[in-house]
Design a protein around this ligand. Structure first.
Ligand SMILES: Cc1ncc(C[n+]2csc(CCOP(=O)(O)OP(=O)(O)O)c2C)c(N)n1
Length: 562
């Protein structure tokens, strides 16, 4: 053995042997884990017993997918991996959709799954599914704990990889027999003080030359900037240079919607880009732009934009996104330096036409008394009821498209939209996690009547935890966005209509107050009242989707999938 290695081992504290599951939980504590969201199983008995004696709160949920969405949202809002748990086979498989959501939406999440004993994995065996293979394509990394000795390394690596840019999901499989073995391992030190490489002076000079030489530059900012807290630096850059900022749906709030330099959230239709000034733009500065949200083909179809790329990691390859300069590193520091270097840039880029159409419609909705309510009025009421830092969480459907483009955001991470995987059922469990992270903020969800029922069981988790937020269900008895797409394509729709339970009675049966709105004014009043309560509540809002989310033919064909 090499001398250095001997010294390192000699310096380890003497630790008594403990059960492997105890060591595992000590490692979770060392990572700062506060909650594990999940459902226990026969194959996680030791782990759950160890959790019960730890500082980590085990939060029982009512479907593993709900638990994984809670972990996903906890990760989105904190930058620290949220943790979810499912037992082997069915429990683990129920995690899959939300683990994939964290993967595509770049939210740090560590999924724990039980597993049968090591010695029965090679054969047909009760509830055994090859979870390592199942989780592989929806995680950045995964590992089986096949020996208690490797627990500290595996846990540290799962968190490190999950939280490193771009963040995402990782997975640890915990065989039942390994968890009950004895081990004297102990947690590894946790160090997250990553120093990012700086772009070279030449790269900065090239970027400044491009930006300063542009006649019509604009910034396109996305979730990558939200994740690293770069909003202040981005705002300072925009203000100093006069270069306006368009946002993706997940980038909403990076720049205050009321700011003169805000071009709005683009991407619903091809015309969005045109009307925000992309057509005339010769240079586009992307800041934390994740291609998973919106294909660059929609704003660079002619491949003629000169692109300055700013992010923490190197760019994806896409034929419509051939960047000219890549500034990879600490996004805030890069923007700060560019702010000085680009003082002479042209401030004539961007167009406010998109904003005028969208927010003209939004402001005009204040006195729109249509009932069932039309989306602009519904969003207008929610905006009035919420403060700048409060949180609106969108589920997935036609309502998401309305929220994405029309709901004004003032700060990042105040409008949560799952726009990578875009799975229905996200909003309700996400709200529980948002309240755990920010108990002082108001939280409202908007779901369609389709998506709401996909994770409705988590109303019980919410009432049990007493996380006060308001679930608003836009009721139209249809999968609205599919109706919209089918009508546009075929002139008719099919397979999209359904009946609903009485949502008010359903919510009441969970022990929470609930109301059905009878008029547009009713909605605002009920929402304001619900936000004063110290327990979760639900509002059913009959919705009229007869006005096209496209708003105007001028905006062209839709480009996004809901
Ligand atoms: C889990 C999941 N299943 C299916 C889809 C495809 N999909 C996208 S939107 C949508 C309909 C949503 O209907 P609803 O929740 O009622 O909301 P609305 O569109 O009416 O606002 C469907 C089926 C999806 N994104 N996620």
């Amino acid at each position: 053995m090499r001398p250095g290695r001997t010294r390192a081992l000699c310096s380890l504290p003497q630790v008594a042997k403990r059960r492997a599951s105890d060591v595992f939980v000590e490692c979770l504590e060392a990572e700062g884990v506060k909650h594990v969201f999940g459902i226990p199983g026969e194959e996680t008995l030791d782990l759950n017993e160890s959790l019960s004696k730890s500082s980590v709160e085990f939060v029982p949920v009512r479907h593993e997918q709900g638990g994984a969405y809670m972990a996903d949202t906890y990760g989105r809002l904190t930058g620290r991996a949220g943790v979810c748990l499912g037992t082997l086979g069915p429990g683990a498989l129920n995690l899959v959709t939300a683990v994939a959501d964290a993967y595509l939406d770049s939210a740090p999440l560590v999924a724990l799954t039980g597993q049968g004993d090591l010695e029965r994995m090679h054969k047909e065996s009760h509830q055994y599914i090859d979870l390592m293979s199942v989780m592989k394509p929806i995680t950045k990394w995964n590992a089986r704990l096949n020996n208690p000795r490797i627990i500290p390394e595996v846990v540290r690596k799962a968190f490190k990889v999950s939280q490193a840019q771009k963040p995402g999901s990782t997975h640890i499989e915990l065989p039942e027999d390994v968890m009950e073995m004895q081990s004297d391992a102990h947690p590894l030190p946790v160090r997250d003080d990553v120093r990012r490489p700086e772009p070279s002076d030449e790269e900065f000079a090239r970027a400044a030359e491009l930006v300063c030489g542009a006649s019509s530059p604009l910034v396109f900012a996305g979730n990558g900037a939200v994740r690293v807290g770069a909003a202040p630096a981005l705002r300072a850059f925009a203000e100093a240079t006069g270069i306006p900022v368009a946002e993706t749906f997940m980038g909403k709030g990076l720049i205050d919607n009321g700011d003169e330099l805000s071009l709005g959230a683009v991407g619903l239709q091809t015309g969005d880009y045109d009307m925000a000034g992309f057509d005339e733009a010769d240079v586009v500065i992307t800041v934390g732009f994740d291609l998973v949200e919106h294909s660059p083909e929609h704003w660079n179809a002619g491949r003629d934009k000169r692109i300055v790329y700013i992010d923490t990691v190197s760019t994806e390859v896409d034929e419509f996104f051939m960047t000219e300069v890549d500034l990879v590193g600490d996004v805030s520091r890069i923007l700060e330096r560019l702010t000085g270097d680009c003082a002479g840039a042209s401030d004539s880029g961007g167009s406010r036409r998109l904003r005028e159409v969208v927010f003209g419609r939004f402001e005009g909705a204040e006195h729109d008394d249509h009932f069932p309510v039309q989306p602009p009025r519904a969003l207008w009421e929610i905006r009035q009821a919420l403060g700048r830092e409060d949180i609106l969480i969108s589920d997935v459907g036609l309502h998401k498209l309305w929220i994405g483009r029309m709901f004004p955001a003032y700060e990042p991470n105040t409008v949560l939209i799952a726009n990578g995987l875009a799975g229905m059922g996200f909003a309700l469990p996400a709200a529980i996690a948002a309240k755990l992270v920010h108990p002082e903020r108001n939280v409202v969800t908007v779901s369609g009547d389709g998506g709401f029922l996909m994770n409705v069981q988590e109303l019980e988790t919410a009432t049990r935890l007493r996380t006060p937020f308001v679930s608003v269900v836009w009721e139209n008895h249809q999968y609205g966005s599919i109706v919209w797409k089918q009508d546009n394509k075929f002139g008719e729709h099919f397979g999209t209509d359904f009946a609903n339970p009485d949502f008010v009675k359903l919510a009441e049966s969970f022990g929470m107050p609930a109301w059905r709105c009878e008029s547009a004014d009713d909605f605002g009043a009920r929402l304001r009242h619900a936000l004063t309560l110290d327990l979760p509540s639900l509002i059913v809002l009959p919705i009229d989707y007869s006005i096209d989310v496209a708003i105007s033919e001028e905006l062209g064909a839709e480009t996004v999938a809901t």
